[in-house]
Design a protein around this ligand. Sequence first.
Ligand code: NAI
Ligand code: 15L
Length: 272
Amino acid sequence: MSHTASSKPFRRLLLTGAGGGLGTLLRERAKAWTDVLRLSDRTDLGAAKEGEEIMCCDLADHDAVLKMCDSVDAVLHFGGISVEDKFEPIMQANILGLHHLYEGVYKAGVKRVIYASSNHVTGFYRTDELVDADMPLRPDSFYGVSKCFGEALSRYYYDRFGIETVCLRIGSSFPEPRTARMMVTYLSYDDFVELVRRSLLTPRVGHTIAFGVSNNETCWVDNRKAAHLGYKAKDSSAPFADKFPETGVRPDPADMSTTFQGGPFILAGPQY
Ligand code: NAI
Ligand code: 15L
C-alpha cells in the first residue's frame, strides 16, 4: 500500500460523492493519506485545490466511470443515492453505477475499495436484537436493497479477482444526532474518518463488513468480525442526551418504524 515518492501511503486516491456530506469531510481529511486526491460527483465541485484533481461524472455513465478509475490506487466510494427514493434513480446510481465502478476498478488494477454501505441493509432487525456481520441481510427499503447489492457485488469481485473491499455499514454520520434513534446509530465525524483510515491502511482486509457507529450507550450491532481493522470509537452520542432524553425509539405497536432498527426508512418505501 505504500510507494516511495512521498511519505504518504498512496499516490492517488479516488473519492466519489465528493460534494456530499461525508465526501466534503473526506475532501479535507483524506489528503493526509495521498499525494493526489481525485474527486468526483455529478454536482459541481468548484475548482481543484492543491493536491486535488477533479473528474466529475454520473455513475450511470459507463465510459466516464471507467476513465475516472484509471491510475488510482484505491477508491473511497461515497457517491450515490443516500436515502430512500423511487427504484429507478437508485438503480442508476447504486446498482448500475456500482457495477460500472467495479468494472473500472478491475480494469485499472485497483486493489481496494472502501464502500459506503449502510445500516439499512439490516434495518428490518428489531431494536431489541444485536446484529452481526454474518446475520442474513434484512433491508428496509429499495435503498437498503441497493446497498445489499453493493455488498454482494464487492464480495463477488473479491472471490473472483481478489479485489479487497471494506463495506462500511454506516449508522448516522452527521455533525450531531438529529433524532432519538440516532442516539443509537450516531457515528461522529472523527470516528468516521478513523474508520475509513483504518479500512484503507490495514494491510489485509479481504472482504470485510464493518459497522460504523460511535461508542454510544445503546448499541444494536456487534462489530467483532471487523476487529482486524483495530477501529475503536472515541466519541459517543452521550453529550447530546439532553436533546434526546428518550434514547433509541419507544416501540409503538401501531408504528412499524419504531419497532425496527431502520426507523423512518421502514415506512419510506413504495406506497402502493
Ligand atoms: P450525500 O447524499 O450527502 O452525498 C452523496 C453524493 O453522491 C452527493 O453529492 C450526490 O451528488 C452524489 N451522487 C448521487 N447520485 C449520483 C450519481 N448518479 N452519480 C454521481 N454522483 C452521485 O450522502 P452522504 O451522507 O454524504 O453519504 C455518503 C455515502 O455514505 C452514501 O453512499 C450513503 O448511502 C452512505 N451512508 C451515509 C450515511 C450517513 O449517515 N451520512 C449513513 C449510511 C450510509
Ligand atoms: C443512511 O444510510 C443515510 O445515508 C443517512 O442519510 C441517514 O439517514 C442514515 O442512514 C440513518 O440511518 O440515520
